[in-house]
Structure formats: structure tokens, C-alpha cells
Design a protein around this ligand. Structure first.
Ligand code: UD1
Length: 457
């Protein structure tokens, strides 16, 4: 484990591995939609209601950001009420309280420019999985007519002449930049045409929300989205689509630990690519499409898992956030597997910890087993070869980011012996609701260090 890490000793989970996960978990609304839906509420002239909101830290962060801008936010169970009728400017210091905790502030730009004529964004956080620049966002905002001014505090934006529709082509179908254009274009003067847009299910759900609010958005073929600006949007009422990343994480945990998990709420349509991969590795699943109690049961059928060659891609390809839990499961497959990461340049850092646990994983800068991508030319270690099956043994692990963190948990549960996983409160709680209770419910043998338990009493 890295000695330079500043994770407090009590931010740790003790995992006694080797027990198959068996039972049921319930997955609520998608983290990657809920935070954006909360930003969309800022655009309304009346209150919005969002249902199936998970209790995760990213929701708390956006709640904080909305509140400093005068939005009244109330959570009742898993329903969020947001009243933006008194939106107001916030001071740099108030906003900076949220600096470094999430990348969502960048998406507030368009709505705040429409509502207040100016916006401020602090330095951005989010997972440390590559450079994660915001050049597409700022470039598009400038073209809409925003004036962007960076100083030591962060980035200040204003729109002295209002915002006007644009014709814009993204260099890469970025999820965040597509959302930025949507949230800005809906109330810009005139029509916007966005080419090479991302079309992830969470983006389509955001478009549904904006349409409910009164927006006119046409999703054409070939990643073209056309938005006709309107003068006013009202509040919305919406149920967030389920979290397909969390669902895939539990599915991979079932496979890696030779267990069986029913993921209530998981939806087949948004997970088709994952389901194909799961089956080709040798995992089994069954879809229950009951509207209330439905979900997908994932299990290890007891036969050897098969190696596969995969690459991540934008939707409808294999999602980059599914990569890490799948790699852990592939350490148990019988033969050589390949994972080519094409979305982020630096998303295999977590494999060094897996190697210490006995996994046989080598990283390469070539685009292995798939289409040449932009990272191959630039020498990033973005392809992994996984030779399995490996007997994983316990280790002390340091979580580097949210998704990698959950894959460390899976590895520790699949391993023989007792592991200590550091950074669970800092990272896992950002995107996994009640993960400890869910793990316990599935029969995982986990505990907190005694000092933490004493503090919590
Ligand atoms: C979102 C998701 C994240 C997921 C990712 C890709 C949220 C909160 N997070 O992140 O879970 O892994 O989509 O599906 O929804 N890029 C630029 N310039 C930019 C913006 C992006 O070069 O201005 C690059 C990024 O460095 C990356 C690629 O585009 O290589 C994709 O990033 P993007 O789709 O924007 O990811 P996020 O929206 O940050």
C-alpha cells in the first residue's frame, strides 16, 4: 500500500474473503443522472420533484451547491424536492466549500448564466483516472456567447450579450460536454446543433427531463442532437433511471465470488452490452421484468469462466465504469483475457493492487485486441492482459478512485484471508448507496476497525 497516502486509519473496511455473495440488493437511481437532473432543476420557474434518489455523497454535494444558489432542497425518503424560484448568486467562498469534491459544478454554468447572467466554478474534483480536462465545456460555452475568465479562485463566467444557439461538433462524444451543451442550449436564443454527441442512457433520461420542463430536443441518427431554444422552462417530476454501473458492480461481485445476486431495479435495456459480456465470460443471468419487483439475477454457474477480448467505448459500447469490476472477474477466467480502455488514458492504476493479491495482469501502451484509439499513439498504458485463473490472497489495499475502489472490495471478497481496504468512506460512498449494509445482507464477512465503531457510538 502507498505510504504517501493520507487516508485516516479509521477509513477502512476489514474483509474476510472467500465467501460467495448470495441474496438481493436494491439499486436506486443512477448517480450519473441524478446529479445532472438536480442541476436541470435550476432552469425551472417552478419546483421539481426527483424520485429514486440514492443516498450517496455526490447528491449531498450537489444539494450543497444548489442551496448556496438559493434553491430550496428537501429530501423525503428517496424523493428530492427542489424549489428554484429564488435563485441567487453565491459568493466564491461559499461555492469553494464544494471545490475538489465533484465535477458537477461545471454543469451549473449554462443554467446560472441563463438565470443570473453570471457563474463561478471552483477547481473540479471527481475521480483521478486521467487528465479529465474541461476544454470542450469551456469552448462550447464561449461559442454560446459566454465570457470566461480564470483567476486563482477558479473560473468566472458572464454572458453580457446573452447566450445564442450554436453549431458544434465534439472532438470526442464526451458525456459531460454533451450535458453542458444540452443544459445551455435549451434556453439559448435560436437553434443548436450538436454533432458527435454522447448518447448514454443517462443523457437520454436527462433529455426526457428537459422535455418535461418544456424543452424542444430532437435526437437524430449518427450522434446529432438538435435543440430549439425556448424562453421559459417549468419544474419537472421524474423517476431517475436505475444505476447500471452499480448493477454491473454487484453482478461482477457475484461472478468473482462464485455467488448469486438478484439486483432489484436493474434494467435489461440499459445493460445489454454488459449482459453480452457477462454471458461470454461464462456468467449466468435471468431478467425479471416485473415493473415493481423486477431486476436481474446474476450468478456463477459453477463451470470454469472463459477468457475474452474486450474494449471499452462510449455508449452503446462497453462502459468504461464497468471495466474494473469485469477485470476482477476475469482474473478467475481460464486463459488470457484482454481489456483495451479507449475512453480514459489512465484507468488501470488499480491493477497494481490486484497484482499484489496474486492476479497476473500486465499493462501495455499498444491498442491490444481492438481498434486503434487516441491513447495508443500517445504511449499511455491503456491495454491490460489478464492471465487467469489466479488464486487471490488477502492484502492491505488503498482505494485510488470510486470505481476502482469497488473492484478492490470485490477482489478482497474473492480472496482467501483477511484484507484491509482503506479509503472506503472517501471514495465508495460517493457512488454506492449503503454499500456496507448491502454487503452484509449478501453474507459478506466485513467489519470496521474497533476504533471506528467506538467513534460511531
Ligand atoms: C462521465 C461519468 C463517468 C464516465 C464517463 C464516461 C458522470 C458524473 N461521470 O464522466 O462515470 O466514466 O462519463 O462514460 O456522469 N474530455 C476532454 N475534454 C473535455 C471533456 C472530456 O478531453 O472537456 C475527455 C475526457 O478526458 C475523457 C473523455 O473525454 O477522456 C470522456 O470524458 P467524459 O465523457 O466527459 O466524462 P465525464 O462526463 O467527466
Amino acid at each position: 500500500m502507498s505510504s504517501t497516502d493520507a487516508t485516516p486509519a479509521e477509513d477502512m473496511l476489514i474483509i474476510h474473503g472467500g465467501t460467495p455473495l448470495e441474496g438481493e440488493v436494491h439499486v436506486r437511481g443512477a448517480k450519473n443522472l441524478v446529479s445532472k437532473a438536480m442541476v436541470a432543476a435550476l432552469l425551472g420557474t417552478s419546483p421539481s420533484v426527483l424520485r429514486s434518489v440514492p443516498a450517496i455523497r455526490d447528491v449531498e454535494v450537489v444539494t450543497g451547491l444548489l442551496r448556496v444558489h438559493g434553491v430550496d432542497v428537501e429530501l423525503d425518503g428517496d424523493t428530492l424536492y427542489m424549489d428554484p424560484t429564488s435563485v441567487e448568486s453565491a459568493g466564491v467562498e461559499e461555492i469553494n466549500v464544494h471545490a475538489g469534491t465533484s465535477r458537477i459544478p461545471i454543469l451549473l454554468c449554462g443554467p446560472l448564466l441563463h438565470r443570473l447572467g453570471r457563474a463561478f466554478i471552483p477547481d473540479l474534483g471527481g475521480c483521478n483516472i486521467g487528465g479529465r480536462p474541461i476544454d470542450f465545456h469551456l469552448d462550447a460555452l464561449r461559442k454560446f456567447g459566454a465570457v470566461v475568465d480564470k483567476d486563482a479562485d477558479g473560473t468566472h463566467l458572464s454572458a453580457p450579450n446573452g447566450l445564442h444557439g450554436i453549431r458544434y461538433e465534439l472532438e470526442f462524444p464526451s458525456v459531460g460536454a454533451t450535458e453542458q451543451v444540452l443544459l445551455t442550449a435549451v434556453m439559448a436564443k435560436g437553434t443548436t446543433e450538436l454533432r458527435n454527441a454522447a448518447i448514454e442512457p443517462e443523457i437520454i433520461d436527462l433529455i426526457c427531463i428537459l422535455q418535461k420542463m418544456g424543452a424542444i430536443i430532437k435526437v437524430h441518427t449518427n450522434r446529432v442532437i438538435e435543440i430549439v431554444g425556448v424562453d421559459e422552462l417549468k419544474g419537472y417530476s421524474h423517476r431517475a433511471l436505475p444505476d447500471r454501473i452499480e448493477a454491473a458492480s454487484w453482478a461482477s461481485a457475484a461472478l468473482a465470488t462464485q455467488g448469486s445476486v438478484f439486483v432489484r431495479g436493474a434494467q435489461q435495456t440499459d445493460m445489454m452490452t454488459f449482459l453480452n459480456v457477462f454471458r461470454s465470460i461464462g456468467g449466468a443471468y435471468e431478467v425479471n421484468d416485473d415493473p415493481n419487483e423486477g431486476g436481474i439475477r446474476f450468478w456463477h454457474p459453477g463451470t470454469a469462466l472463459k477468457p475474452v477480448a474486450l474494449e471499452t467505448d462510449v455508449h452503446p459500447g462497453l462502459m468504461t465504469d464497468w471495466q474494473q469490476p469485469i477485470v476482477v472477474a476475469l482474473t478467475q477466467a481460464d486463459g488470457l483475457s484482454i481489456m483495451h480502455e479507449t475512453v480514459y488514458e489512465n484507468r488501470f492504476g488499480y491493477t497494481s493492487e490486484l497484482r499484489r493479491m496474486g492476479a497476473n495482469i500486465e499493462l501495455y501502451s499498444d491498442c491490444l485486441g481492438g481498434t486503434p484509439c487516441r491513447w495508443g499513439r500517445r504511449n499511455f498504458l491503456h491495454s491490460a492482459v489478464i492471465a487467469g485463473p489466479s488464486k487471490l490472497h488477502a492484502a492491505d489495499l488503498q482505494i485510488p478512485d470510486l470505481r476502482a475502489g469497488f473492484s478492490h472490495l470485490i477482489a478482497a471478497m474473492a480472496a482467501e484471508g483477511t484484507s484491509r481496504v482503506y479509503g472506503v468512506d472517501r471514495y465508495i460512498t460517493r457512488g454506492y448507496e449503503n454499500f456496507e449494509a448491502k454487503l452484509l445482507g449478501l453474507g459478506a464477512k466485513i467489519e470496521r476497525p474497533t476504533s471506528t465503531l467506538a467513534n460511531r457510538r
